[in-house]
Structures are given as structure tokens and as C-alpha cells.
Design a protein around this ligand. Structure first.
Ligand SMILES: [Zn+2]
Length: 64
């Protein structure tokens, strides 16, 4: 394992380290979760799960 170059980031949805993904605000969403979010348009339960996760992200930027 070569750990000299760290290219992964922790996905806020699955909480795993992934190399490919998108940045939402200051957070990282991996490619698989991003794809899941897009494909869960008709699945309200999954969708609200993501919305909750994302809300946590946006609200965590405000110092309490
Ligand atoms: Zn993920």
C-alpha cells in the first residue's frame, strides 16, 4: 500500500473513502451515491434519507 499520495475522500452518504465523486458545498459524495441519488427520484424513502444527510451537511457549517 502506497500511502504517500492520498487521493480519496470520505463520502458523507456511505461514509466510505472513495476516489471519485462530486463536491456538494464542502462535503464529498462518491460517484455511486451520487448515481443512487439521481435514480431514487421515485423512491421517497430513499430520497428523504439523502435529504436528511444533506441537511446535516449544510447545517453543520453553521457554528452552534
Ligand atoms: Zn458514497
Amino acid at each position: 500500500m502506497n500511502q504517500n499520495k492520498w487521493s480519496g475522500e470520505c463520502c458523507i452518504i456511505c461514509e466510505e473513502i472513495k476516489e471519485e465523486g462530486i463536491h456538494l458545498y464542502t462535503s464529498f459524495i462518491c460517484m455511486e451515491c451520487e448515481r443512487d441519488m439521481v435514480s431514487t427520484e421515485t423512491n421517497e424513502i430513499s430520497y428523504s434519507y439523502y435529504v436528511t444527510k444533506l441537511r446535516k451537511v449544510t447545517s453543520s457549517q453553521i457554528p452552534s
